[in-house]
Design a protein around this ligand. Sequence first.
Ligand SMILES: Cc1cc2nc3c(=O)[nH]c(=O)nc-3n(C[C@H](O)[C@H](O)[C@H](O)COP(=O)(O)OP(=O)(O)OC[C@H]3O[C@@H](n4cnc5c(N)ncnc54)[C@H](O)[C@@H]3O)c2cc1C
Length: 290
Amino acid sequence: MAEERGRKVREIQAVVADVREETHDAASLLLDIGDEERDYKAGQFITIDPHQFGFLEQVIAYLEEVKGTREKPRAYSMGSAPHEPHILITVKEERFWPGESKYPPVLSPPLSRHCPPGTTLTISGFTGPYAIPQDAGQKADTVLHLCAGSGIVPNFGLIKDSIHRGDDLHHVLLYSSKTRSDIFYYDQFAALAAAHSEQLTVLHSLTREDPHQIEPASRKGRLDAELIKSYVKDLDRTLVYCCGPGVLPWERKEARERGEEPAPKFVETMIQILHELGFDKRQIKQESWG
Ligand SMILES: Cc1cc2nc3c(=O)[nH]c(=O)nc-3n(C[C@H](O)[C@H](O)[C@H](O)COP(=O)(O)OP(=O)(O)OC[C@H]3O[C@@H](n4cnc5c(N)ncnc54)[C@H](O)[C@@H]3O)c2cc1C
């Protein structure tokens, strides 16, 4: 904690070095931060303030008026590990759905569609508690990653970092996606699992499509208690990192104003299952968005 407190979140000038179309609605940006120290922990995030983009000025002014509040910087988990030369973020484009969405999304459309190589960005970082402690190997043999959708981003960094450091942890990734075309980092995970089979087990779980020729392993359906249990060999020596869609603050507020509890999303469902399986909350780290 002392180490964390000593670190200052600062503004960093970044240049988009490369862009990869990750899926049909998400793009990976590789950010060059020059000589800035990569003094982050795998799994942490950066923030990007939408006010820096002149072309968003009018939209932001309008949204701030109707929402009655200043648009906040958006957080993006890093999918890179500190030993890698670039900061990797992967941005999934949010959409405005007439009749469903309250406002149009601000930052994810331009970041995922209109940030060609050479684009300069001011990012702030590095921060966030979603990281594996250096001494995790004293308490655990296995790290179980429960991820859905873009929630895979920080776990990609965690897994690469751990394999790079050669710690003794075995990683089990259970990754839920709607279809094959929604899977992030498909080739990289297949290659990592093949090259480091003693450190990494990967299972893709598809909710809206029968899996077909998916490497290294796949199944149909949501992540459920039976599946998770089958991958837990020694519960007391397992840590869990769970990331994916969760109930957003305004969804909770609006549900409570209607006198209801919000319907659980992926992260709330996973946490409930983990508690039923006997995990202690100290064994679990969670992160969620949209
Ligand atoms: C720690 C962390 C890490 C994250 N990492 C990633 C990542 O790796 N990749 C990624 O793609 N995203 C990530 N996110 C989500 C990201 O920060 C943004 O929330 C996302 O990109 C959407 O931003 P936006 O500006 O496009 O949409 P927004 O403008 O935030 O709008 C999104 C939706 O919310 C609704 N909305 C907005 N404000 C309100 C309100 N006041 N009341 C009711 N509804 C509202 C809008 O109608 C819209 O449907 C992360 C979030 C967190 C907290």
